[in-house]
Design a protein around this ligand. Structure first.
Ligand code: ADP
Length: 496
């Protein structure tokens, strides 16, 4: 069997392994694509966050600078319109200084001013702050006046990038991109950029410059903690699909193998059955032929004694043949699921007695029957012929599989909890516990009984199947000392 189907196992195994390989390959590809996408998103978020934190700091610096420029007790700002050049010139000086420090004009400023009222003062400060911002972005802070320049430089020298704020902005950017991994922000010394110490499972972003140009270089990186978990979350559906697919294919293969084994077992059983029955049929046929031949050839008919003997031999063999045919018929009849049943009221006690009587008539063995029947009639609505067959079979087996010197069969019947129970107990060879279910299978015989007692393994299968239609049940259990008990139970009101 194993050899015959080995190519099938190989194909199944190879295709299963192939499927596992393909799914793993696609899952790996998917993982890599998602990992790349994740890293891109994290890098972009961090770059945006670093720029936004820097911008926020510049805003604060500009607000501070503007307040310095607006303080007229410290700075004096004058406007003079130059007819020749067609522009307003602004000059700035510290109030305590003698001469202006800075003088400038804006090409696109079309105002003609010789005096700064409060509105024009604000507009002029806007122009100045734009200049401060763009020069800062180029890495320079001009000395507009001695005092202003010093204060602006002092301010910048005492403020650094705000890691907490950067973290908050980064978190916000990550949230927007649905990234939930936790992270840590680190400053890195420029020369150690190549080998930052991070766990193998973590992901490190590119380094971005957290300071304005011209200031001390502070590259920062973000370290994402164990991003694999999140990336796996993104390919969850692909993974679940692959696993389900593999489970389904594996299960179908298993099911297929089971069916093949079952079919093989059935065909083996059928072969055995045919061998068995051919062998069983040969003996009575040969005996009958010999008896007939003896009668016709050796003038046995003229000797009444001999004729009687041959006839009785023929009778016994014919009965054997008939019971074999009965058995085979039973096994094929009940295959039709809804065979016609003849429902009628049956007195169980009478039927048991009839079966015992029949057995005593045909059996040549010494059997002791012990009856424990409920007093009075015990009626059941059932099919009499089938119930009789069931009891006949059980009694036959109780005798057949019994090596005891004195074969004792105990039959009890009674009513219990709305059920009619009939128990047939023998003091026979017993049935091993691991075979108590198998004996009800078609053609099954306990291996040690094959060859010892005649049979086809049909009787108990027939009983089990017909009982399903009679709404009854059969259970088997070991008898107290030795032997087996078969317990039949029927609901009292079945088919009433
Ligand atoms: P058969 O008797 O024709 O072999 P059955 O279906 O009646 O078929 O029984 C199936 C098998 O169960 C028997 O071959 C026998 O091994 C075992 N068996 C049945 N009844 C008994 C019993 N009372 N005691 C021991 N073994 C039994």
């Amino acid at each position: 069997m194993l050899k015959k189907y080995s190519w099938l196992y190989v194909i199944m195994l190879v295709s299963l392994l192939g499927l596992v390989g393909l799914h793993s390959y696609f899952a790996y590809q998917d993982y890599q694509a998602k990992e790349y996408e994740y890293q891109q998103q994290v890098n972009l978020s961090f770059e945006e966050a670093v720029a936004a934190e820097k911008e926020a700091r510049i805003d604060t610096f500009i607000a501070y600078t503007r307040s310095l420029f607006a303080d007229s007790s410290k700075v004096e700002i004058r406007a003079t319109y130059n007819e020749e050049k067609g522009r307003t010139h602004f000059s700035l000086k510290d109030t305590d200084a003698d001469s202006p420090y800075t003088s400038l004009s804006y090409e696109h400023d079309k105002r003609k001013l010789n005096h700064l009222d409060s509105l024009n003062f604000e507009i002029t400060l806007d122009y100045f702050m734009e200049s401060v911002r763009s020069s800062l972005n180029l890495g320079t802070v001009y000395y507009w006046t001695q005092d202003l320049g010093k204060k602006m430089h002092d301010y910048l020298d005492s403020t650094f990038y705000d890691e907490r704020l950067l973290g908050e902005i980064f978190q916000e950017k990550l949230n927007k991109r649905n990234i939930r991994s936790s992270f840590e922000i680190r400053e890195v010394a420029e020369d150690s950029l190549e080998h930052p110490e991070i766990a193998e499972t973590d992901f490190q972003t590119e380094a971005f410059q957290s300071e304005f140009p011209g200031r001390k270089v502070i590259p920062v990186i973000a370290i994402m903690k164990n991003p694999a978990r999140e990336i796996f979350g993104r390919i969850k559906l692909t993974l679940i699909g692959a696993v389900l697919n593999l489970i389904l294919v594996g299960l179908s293969f298993l099911f297929l193998l089971k069916v093949i084994f079952k079919q093989k077992k059935l065909s083996q059983i059928k072969d055995d059955f045919i061998d068995n029955i051919t062998h069983e049929l040969q003996t009575p046929i040969a005996t009958l032929m010999a008896a007939n031949e003896a009668m016709s050839t050796y003038h046995a008919l003229e000797d009444p004694e001999k004729s009687k003997r041959y006839l009785s031999i023929s009778n016994i063999e014919l009965r054997r043949l008939s019971s074999m045919v009965d058995n085979i018929l039973m096994s094929s009849i009940h295959n039709r699921s809804n065979m016609a049943l003849k429902w009628e009221r049956v007195d169980v006690q009478d039927l048991i007695k009839l079966c015992i009587f029949k057995n005593e008539l045909k059996s040549d063995q010494q059997v002791k029957f012990e009856l424990d029947l409920q007093e009075g009639p015990l009626e059941l609505h059932t099919d009499k012929l089938h119930l009789q067959n069931i009891l006949d079979n059980l009694i036959e087996n109780a005798v057949k599989y019994n090596d005891a010197e004195i074969k004792i069969i105990k039959i009890s019947s009674g009513e219990e909890n709305g059920q009619v129970q009939i128990t047939v107990t023998d003091n026979g060879n017993g049935i091993p516990e691991d075979q108590q279910e198998q004996i009800f299978e078609k053609f099954y015989r306990i291996p040690s009984d094959v060859g010892k007692a005649k049979g086809f393994g049909i009787g108990l299968y027939y009983i089990k199947t017909i009982l399903e239609q009679l709404k009854g049940q059969i259970n088997v259990q070991p008898a107290q000392a030795r032997g087996t008990s078969f317990i039949l139970s029927f609901p009292l009101d079945s088919h009433e």
